[in-house]
Design a protein around this ligand. Structure first.
Ligand code: SF4
Length: 306
């Protein structure tokens, strides 16, 4: 009969198919249903989804933890490093200690990209999932890129290994072009909606944002007033996008060297734009939270992975 893993994949697909019907009688957010395959007992969507909270695979009541430990997958890795999660991630505020897994390759070219070195898939650096897991030092893991969902199957296997093998909490940072389909309570998606200043707005797909849960995050990187107005309009026009909305002002240290910034501190003008954005948000009572890139404030201008 179907394993837990197969049930989960089937249930995730049903959830998406139901959501894509846009049927008016469907509730907002997650749709509750029973998966009943002839010959096996019915399992609710909530049970299938909540099995992500198992803390000790050896006492997993489903007794199928091995099912989640497919170590044969490889991922093309840019870097793995320990830092703090500098932005809102669905588990609370910024500042959690986190191991970052940065994947290689991105199909977009945002004007403000601060990880251009990860846009290319080359030179390739393939790592087995268990090799990656050995380098995780914190209960919180941030999977980022590049665009991690270009390696979706491997990312799902990595998430399974981290949740079921190490009881980790994971945020997956993705660029709004690929629909997440693997949902566990311990996984939160932080999905960028690319605004006009990125030059990538034409690649955004509404269905990606409509399929997110209330515990996920839609992130708007805001470079100027035009971006802000666009994001505000999207929030107002899409009440069915139930994920938490976050506005993240660009913080630009271009023209300053790391040495200058370390010795003289952050120039006060750098905070002009985040302050202006905060004031507009307060005035407009916009349904969103401000998120400053804490890592950029702590380590301004550094070329190291932070
Ligand atoms: S999606 Fe992210 S990694 Fe890709 S180009 Fe844009 S900012 Fe860079």
């Amino acid at each position: 009969m179907f394993s837990v893993r197969q049930k989960r994949e089937i249930a995730n697909k049903i959830q998406l198919i139901l959501r894509e019907t846009n049927h008016p009688e469907l509730p907002q957010g997650e749709i509750q249903f029973l998966l009943h395959v002839e010959g096996s007992s019915p399992t609710s969507w909530a049970d299938i989804k909540n099995n992500g909270a198992v803390s000790n695979p050896s006492v997993n009541p489903w007794n199928e933890a091995q099912d989640y430990q497919n170590m044969d997958y490889k991922l093309n890795i840019q870097s793995i490093f320990d830092s703090i999660d500098g932005e809102m991630n669905g588990f609370g505020g910024a500042g959690e200690l986190s191991t970052f897994v940065r994947l290689k390759g991105c199909q977009l070219q945002c004007n403000y990209c601060d990880t251009k070195y990860s846009q290319s898939s080359e030179p390739e650096n393939w790592m087995f999932i268990d090799e990656i897991i050995q380098q995780i030092h914190f209960p919180k893991v941030t999977i980022t890129g590049g665009e991690p969902l270009l390696q979706k199957k491997g990312v799902e296997e990595l998430c399974s290994g981290l949740v079921y093998g190490k009881s980790c909490f994971i945020s997956v940072e993705t660029n709004g072009t690929i629909q997440p389909t693997f949902f566990l309570d311990r996984i939160r998606y932080v999905v960028d909606f690319k605004l006009p200043s990125s030059g990538m707005i034409k690649h955004m797909k509404s269905i990606v944002f409509a399929s997110l849960r209330a515990i996920d995050v839609i992130k708007f990187v805001i470079s100027d007033e035009e971006d802000y107005k666009y994001a505000k309009m999207l929030i107002q026009e899409h009440p069915s996008w139930i994920a938490k909305k976050v506005m993240s002002p660009t913080v630009n240290f271009e023209g300053y060297s790391f040495e200058e910034l370390s010795e003289e501190g952050i120039p006060s003008t750098i905070m002009d734009w985040p302050r202006q954005l905060a004031e507009m948000m307060i005035k407009d009572k916009v349904d969103a939270q401000l998120s400053l890139q804490l890592h950029k404030i702590l380590w301004p201008g550094t070329k190291e992975e932070r």
